[in-house]
Design a protein around this ligand. Structure first.
Ligand SMILES: [Fe+2]
Length: 383
């Protein structure tokens, strides 16, 4: 086992810590605030501007980020970067805004287009602009990772580089209190999938295990509570910490089958990342049980299942039921059939999987098995 751990993000985690943003800015700064139109609509962009303005720093809002951001969006946003010449970047939002901001901060100081750096492309040779990430979902954990995912021609292409680590993460769970129920539930399931995949994957190590287990415990105890009452700040804080811990764990340990199968569902059928993973998680856990039964049994216990006296494999199976129950308790249903995937699409979808994620999966799986799994999920979801 080779264990390496590198995580340089300065994490500030407290209710109300948004106000600390001002301490990272100076009057000479030109701040590009990267976000999405939904957050302007609910007033969060104005709240952040209200912290930036008193510092004397100039700022410009780029609020055109959309779910599953793609290469054309990054190219368009880079025109703004070239015109405005920011000295710092602030990301406000979920993974789409934070990932877009990471790429903009790196491309601002490095020559060449995005495509040069995606998927085993050239490394960033220059330090990126300082990025301050302010998550508004407890989901992607992007505020603490060195990864950014940008879609390019129906393919989600990640960039992994230490240059993409935000300088600062301001994790203020109060900013998550206005997140609608559907996004709360599905992004929360994404965070859970990070923790589960990090814990059972081949890249797991004692450092990531500690974080992944605590993330599973926190999310298991808080997801239904934030869905019952979005203003429950204690539960929002537990979800935010679960998301941060799961994010660090997955960044270091890697992901697996869930994130591999979800990738083409997002690009071909325009599912949001969280809703795809919310559907896929239990099926992928069930497929993987035989590879790490003792770990899945522990996941069951972390999610509150009483596994005393059970045969180890039965205890492992209880983890699948626990995840199913956890999502049921949110009251949210993902309308999988409405995204338009048909049986005849399974072969195409299974031929567009990110192989490096499958390589980290605890159980080997062929393209044909992935196709079969898609068909089983489709049949089960449309029953
Ligand atoms: Fe994810």
């Amino acid at each position: 086992m080779i264990t390496k751990y590198h995580m340089p993000v300065d994490i500030h985690f407290e209710i109300g810590c948004l106000k600390e943003l001002g301490g990272f800015l100076s009057p000479s700064d030109r701040v590009l605030l990267v976000t999405d139109p939904g957050l302007r609509a609910v007033g969060l962009v104005e709240r952040v501007e209200g912290v930036i303005t008193p510092t004397g720093a100039d700022h410009l809002v780029y609020d055109a980020v959309s779910p599953n951001p793609d290469a054309p969006l990054v190219e368009q946003a880079m025109e703004t970067v070239r015109d405005y010449r920011p000295t710092k970047v602030v990301a406000l939002g979920g993974g789409s805004s934070i990932d877009t901001a990471k790429v903009l901060a790196a491309l601002a100081t490095n020559e060449g287009p995005l495509v040069d750096y995606q998927w085993n492309g050239k490394p960033f040779s220059q330090t990126a602009l300082p990025l301050i990430a302010i998550p508004t979902t407890a989901g992607t954990g992007s505020e603490v990772t060195m990864c950014a995912v940008i879609v390019d021609r129906n393919c989600k292409k990640g960039i992994n580089s230490p240059a993409l680590f935000p300088a600062v993460a301001l994790v203020d769970a109060e900013l998550m209190a206005s997140l609608p129920l559907y996004l709360t539930a599905t992004t929360g399931m994404d965070a859970l999938s990070h923790a589960v995949e990090a814990y059972v994957g081949k890249g797991a190590n004692p450092i990531t295990d500690a974080m992944a287990q605590e993330a599973i415990r926190l999310i298991g105890g808080a997801l239904w509570r934030v869905c019952a009452d979005g203003k429950d700040l204690e539960a929002r804080r537990d979800m935010a910490m679960g998301s941060v811990l799961a994010g660090v764990a997955m960044d270091q340990a890697g992901l697996g089958l869930v994130h591999s199968l979800s990738s083409p569902l997002c690009t071909f059928f325009h599912m949001a990342h969280g809703e795809a993973n919310a559907v896929l998680l239990k099926y992928c856990m069930d497929f993987n049980l035989m590879a790490r039964p003792e770990r899945f049994a522990h996941i069951a216990a972390l999610l509150g299942e009483n596994t005393a006296g059970m045969h180890p494999y039965q205890a492992a199976q209880a983890s699948v039921r626990a995840v199913e129950r956890l999502f049921d308790e949110t009251g949210v249903r993902v309308p999988f059939a409405s995204f338009g995937m048909k049986e005849s699409d399974a072969e195409l979808v299974a031929s567009n999987l990110p192989g490096f994620l499958l390589a980290n999966n605890p159980r080997a799986i062929s393209q044909k098995q992935c196709e079969k799994l898609y068909l089983e999920i489709l049949a089960d979801q449309t029953r």
